[in-house]
Design a protein around this ligand. Structure first.
Ligand SMILES: N[C@@H](CCC[C@H](N)C(=O)O)C(=O)O
Length: 321
């Protein structure tokens, strides 16, 4: 961490990673001070004016005993969320690459409980994603009782979906062909549907056979991504609940394959898949991070201070130093 220069903020080291093309900026907030507001996250996530990522992952010290790290996740729209499956695998690789731990089984505190990450060979990581939540108020999903399939009205249309929380909320629709599925139209409308009061990730699941499926996910706060780990877990749970899938399923996403296992109600969902580290970088944060006082002058590097949404989102800092 270098010293701030006059008029400029500190340098922030980060690593760009991805899990099946679901890409991340990963920051070690144990070894360096870290503080970003939602508007700055949106700028950094921008694929033309920033670094470009679906989620920002932050490594913090744990707040619980017998846990190794705290894992915080921010969508590209700046919202903080509870879970990210592909991110969890990259998180495990990151803390080992950065020598923050040499453990192969890492326990991590998320906003919705503790998850366990197991580091395998060749960058593969298995994540115990916990027991899926099917109780509507806990998802949260508006329904008078729990069902495996709900009928939801979207404008003039009616769709059938399963509602599941993997720590974060998911709606899963079964479709005949993911390539032809209306992900770009139905995805955003269901993401912010009133029956999902915290918004939701919307998966479009095609069953190939009982142990193979294809999936596209319109993610809450990030749009359609190349892959969604928690979405793949929710999709397999939905497929099992509907009697369409067996307990171990190869899920093909746009960016590659995940193996998901679920032994049924009360059991945790296990997710196995790859991780990739793309590059390491540093960016200089603005010296004065107050939106009102920051200038939007061009300085020739990645500039959270160059804020196209300046003054529109005056929200508190998302991460403490
Ligand atoms: N890409 C993720 C999920 C990230 C969070 C999600 N967009 C949400 O808002 O819940 C994954 O791999 O699980």
């Amino acid at each position: 961490m270098s010293q701030p220069r006059r008029g400029q903020g500190p340098m922030l080291s980060f690593t760009k990673m991805h899990g099946l093309g679901n890409d991340f900026m990963v920051v070690d907030a144990i070894s360096q001070p870290f503080r970003l507001r939602p508007d700055m996250i949106r700028e950094l996530a921008d694929r033309h004016f920033g670094i470009g990522f679906d989620q920002l992952l932050v490594v913090e010290p744990p707040g619980l005993p017998d846990v190794d790290f705290r894992y915080r996740i921010f969508n590209s729209d700046g919202s903080e969320v509870e879970q990210c499956g592909n991110g969890a695998r990259c998180f495990a690789r990151f803390v080992r690459d950065q020598r923050l731990t040499n453990k192969k089984v890492i326990r991590v505190q998320t906003a919705k409980g503790v998850i366990e990450l197991r580091v395998g060979r060749g960058g593969m990581v298995t994540v115990d994603m916990g027991v899926p939540e099917l109780n509507p108020p806990a998802i949260p999903f508006a329904a008078d009782r729990r069902k495996d399939v709900y009928t939801v009205e979207v404008g003039d249309e009616t769709v059938e979906l399963s509602a599941i929380s993997m720590g974060n909320p998911h709606g899963v629709l079964v479709v005949d062909d993911v390539d032809a599925a209306p992900v770009g139209e139905l995805g955003p409308r269901l993401e912010s549907h009133p029956r999902f009061p915290a918004r939701a990730n919307i998966g479009f699941l095609q069953i190939i056979d009982r142990s193979h499926a294809r999936l596209r996910v319109f993610e809450r706060g990030s749009g359609e991504t190349m892959a969604c780990g928690s979405g793949a877990c929710a999709a397999v749970v939905a497929g099992c609940l509907r009697g369409l899938l067996d307990s171990r399923v190869d899920v093909e996403l746009k960016g590659g394959h995940l193996v998901i296992e679920w032994q049924g109600e009360g059991a945790p969902v296990m997710m196995e898949g790859p991780t990739a580290s793309v590059f390491e970088g540093q960016l200089r944060l603005p010296g004065d991070q107050s939106p009102r006082r920051r200038k939007s002058t061009r300085q020739g590097d990645t500039r959270p201070g160059h804020n196209r949404q300046q003054n529109r989102h005056r929200q508190p800092a998302t991460s403490k130093p």
